[in-house]
Design a binder for this molecule. Structure first.
Ligand code: ADP
Length: 401
């Protein structure tokens, strides 16, 4: 079966077509500046050059129509007509407490996701627009929702309840949800494959270190804790997000700097993290260059980032009473040799020993721990689209039974 995977943002949209017979990526693309001047679709049939088509698109429906046109294009397309697409898998950020796994999208699901808009005001609305556009253009094709929060729904209450008046959880659903679930799920499953072990026998810590970053504790294939919380702001220091801070700081800065609520929120989301500490960049390549040239704040930002990752690794080893594998994934995790080195440095007493030669790997699967390391350290490029396609296939197969 061929599956279309859609990841719809407010002004951009990523897509892939996969042939699940062999899990082969057939085509992928990106639509940018939807509803703005200069909107453009870049489509790539695997094995051919990318094609770029700058054309006006006022809405997500027009954007998706262009995606469908690209997919059935005689030269650059990958199917003869849309009936060859067996299902569409949609990435949706927030499903609240409603779904602990992917689901077939129907009216009830749409309603539940609309109820989660308050929890993810920037993400769920464009996700829903993408679903609506696909439903309109492909009315007979099953649609599946795959949620960033779902994998973390297995967390026990002691991991997700905040120590604030309990009624806020009951009335306003304020609790820890966690994000990047599709990535944590994918890399934990891959880790078990690479180790030739059963996922049910393993304790894994997955470090998704990209521009947004989170760590998860996965015991016997089940997430028991993760570092992001009610929003993606909690947890690790990130490119531009602050991660864990004393909540009293928010009121204090607002008073000192005379900021209104929206501005304070924006500062914590877009002007903090390693960018905020260094004043240089949110990109670790720039930071490392500046650090090498002697920029002390860039050096500090790198140390603070690594400190927080180590902090969570330690906490999750305690929570799981041990660890069998630590996985690094996403932009920084997959590529930043120096950062992995700092994070894993001097953890020998915990059985974690990085191989400095094997660690010189970038962007491909590899075991990078020493042979005498009790804990495997594994580099795994994440593939959220493949995970979405797998879940979609699983659900659609169930329909035909
Ligand atoms: P997101 O999906 O959250 O935008 P990514 O997983 O694509 O993030 O990661 C992007 C980040 O990865 C960049 O901001 C950059 O800091 C980091 N990155 C990418 N390549 C390298 C590299 N070679 N060395 C260090 N950091 C890198």
């Amino acid at each position: 079966m061929k599956i279309l995977v859609i990841n719809c943002g407010s002004s951009s949209l990523k897509y892939q077509v996969l042939d699940m017979n062999g899990e082969i990526l057939l085509a992928k693309g990106l639509v940018e500046r939807i509803g703005m001047d200069g909107s453009v679709i870049t489509h790539e049939k695997i094995g051919m050059d990318k094609v770029r088509n700058e054309t006006p698109m006022e809405s997500h429906k027009e954007a998706i129509q262009l995606v469908l046109d690209a997919i059935i294009d005689p030269e650059h397309g990958v199917v003869k007509d849309m009936s060859e697409i067996g299902a569409v898998g949609h990435r949706v950020v927030h499903a609240g407490e409603k779904y602990a796994s992917s689901v077939l999208i129907d009216d009830d699901v749409i309603q539940a996701l609309e109820e989660c808009v308050e929890l993810a005001p920037l993400h769920n609305p464009p996700n829903l627009l993408g679903i609506a556009a696909c439903q309109e253009l492909m009315p007979n094709t099953p649609m599946v929702g795959v949620f960033d929060t779902a994998f973390h729904q297995t967390m026990p209450p002691e991991s997700y309840i905040y120590a604030i008046p309990y009624e806020y959880y009951q009335k306003h659903k304020i609790r820890r949800y966690g994000f990047h679930g599709t990535s944590h799920k994918y890399v934990s499953q891959r880790a078990a494959d690479i180790m030739n072990c059963n996922l049910d026998d393993l304790k894994i810590i997955t470090c998704h270190l990209g521009n947004g970053a989170s760590v998860s504790a996965i015991k016997r294939g089940v997430c028991i804790d993760t570092s992001m919380g009610f929003t993606p702001l909690e947890g690790l220091v990130m490119g531009t997000r602050c991660g864990d801070i004393d909540p009293a700081i928010v009121t204090y800065i607002r008073e000192k700097e005379h900021l209104d609520q929206g501005v304070a929120n924006e500062i914590l989301n877009t002007k903090s993290g390693v960018l905020g500490i260094s004043g240089v960049s949110s990109d670790f390549r720039d930071l490392e260059e500046a650090a090498e040239e002697g920029n002390e704040r860039a050096q500090l930002a790198i140390k603070v980032f690594a400190h927080k990752v180590r902090f969570y690794i330690g906490a999750y080893i305690a929570e799981m009473n041990g660890v069998d594998a630590i996985v690094f994934t996403a932009g920084v995790g997959e590529n930043d040799i120096a950062m992995r080195d700092i994070i894993c440095n001097d953890l020998g007493n915990l059985g974690i020993k990085l191989d400095l030669v094997k660690n010189k790997t970038r962007g491909k699967e590899a075991i990078i721990s020493r042979d005498d390391s009790r804990v495997k350290i594994i580099l795994i490029p994440t593939d959220e689209e493949l995970m979405i396609a797998r879940d979609t296939l699983e659900i659609v197969k169930g329909l035909n039974k």
